[in-house]
Design a protein around this ligand. Sequence first.
Ligand SMILES: [Zn+2]
Length: 117
Amino acid sequence: MNNKIPQIGCACEKPGSNYTEYRSSELGIDHTDGRDGEVTIQQCKLCQRIWIHYFVQHESFSKSGRWYKGIVSKKDRSQITPENAVEYLENLEWYVYGGSFFDDEVTIGSGKMTVDR
Ligand SMILES: [Zn+2]
């Protein structure tokens, strides 16, 4: 997989933006290790790039909500499943993440994601 994805300055990749111009479709739930991560595909209406959005929270813990999103190429899109979305995102050069777990700060990061309890 080619994970070299340049940042192009579109609103969809800016941390902190509450940009909502996406076409969203649910991919499914990742039940790995009881995470129950919600995986959504979001296509930006401006740049047409496709994001994998991964959201997890643990209801017994406050401030446990966290999400990660990374860009996937059209070619790789069909290979993404709820179960391999985390691995895919962790292998990207960069992703955007945020949520109450991170005090609602939105940041660009890469590597290991905190998705387990
Ligand atoms: Zn965009």
